[in-house]
Design a protein around this ligand. Sequence first.
Ligand SMILES: Nc1ncnc2c1ncn2[C@@H]1O[C@H](COP(=O)(O)OP(=O)(O)O)[C@@H](O)[C@H]1O
Ligand SMILES: [Mg+2]
Length: 257
Amino acid sequence: MALVSVEDLSIVFGGLAALSGVTLEVDEGEIFALIGPNGAGKTTVFNVLSGLYRPSAGRIAYAGEDLLRLAPHEIARRGVGRTFQNTEVFRQLSALDNVLIGEHARLRSGVWSGALALPWVRREEAAARQRALGLLGRLGLGEAAGVEAGSLPLGSQKRLEIARALASEPRLLLLDEPAGGLNPTETRALMAVICSLRDELGLTIMVVEHDMDLVMSISDRIAVLDYGRKIAEGKPREIAADPVVIEAYLGRDEGGA
Ligand SMILES: Nc1ncnc2c1ncn2[C@@H]1O[C@H](COP(=O)(O)OP(=O)(O)O)[C@@H](O)[C@H]1O
Ligand SMILES: [Mg+2]
């Protein structure tokens, strides 16, 4: 069953077609990679899916609903979580507080009513804290809970961003270049984390990534974008052997994701 169904999606920025007629379906429980050279339109797909960009044309169904009728906060409430290509943690807050901010998007009490110290608010806060600590542990950041996020190594900041996205209990998680800037050891740890989110939490995951080892080993299916058009889609083995992909992308020296 498709959780996300993107049909004929186009978006134009000042005369430049960033996406042209892109159609793709992502099944519930799938790890689906979007790859392609820089500027191909990968982040733009995520920005449309999270409601930040309005497309010029096309339709998107998410869990049976018309996603393009929803505001960004409504999309988030329906379980679309994401991370950003440029890591965006709150640098001066602790790792734990970074995750709690993700939880507050969902809690009844909100960020400020905690100050009222009503019993149910305090119970909710305590439960939120436990969940946040659990998420940090899942992402290998258990020791870093009290550490200022900005002082963590990049690999940890990237995992912290994923923990924060998970705090809102997403059903669909969009990861934009999660391995960007990571060393091979950190990348391998990240791959295990991503697979566990699908295998243990049942998430559907869309990932944009430059690291071909990561893409080829964790993805169920891959779509390739080039100049805003989808030029190929298939299983990793099919994509790696597709002459159109090799010509348009994998064969180019400049790299890209
Ligand atoms: N907000 C925007 N305003 C103008 N141009 C944009 C905007 N967002 C993306 N673009 C352009 O759309 C194209 C695709 O961008 P992007 O989706 O970020 O590519 P990718 O993530 O594949 O590297 C690029 O040419 C980029 O400059
Ligand atoms: Mg991008």
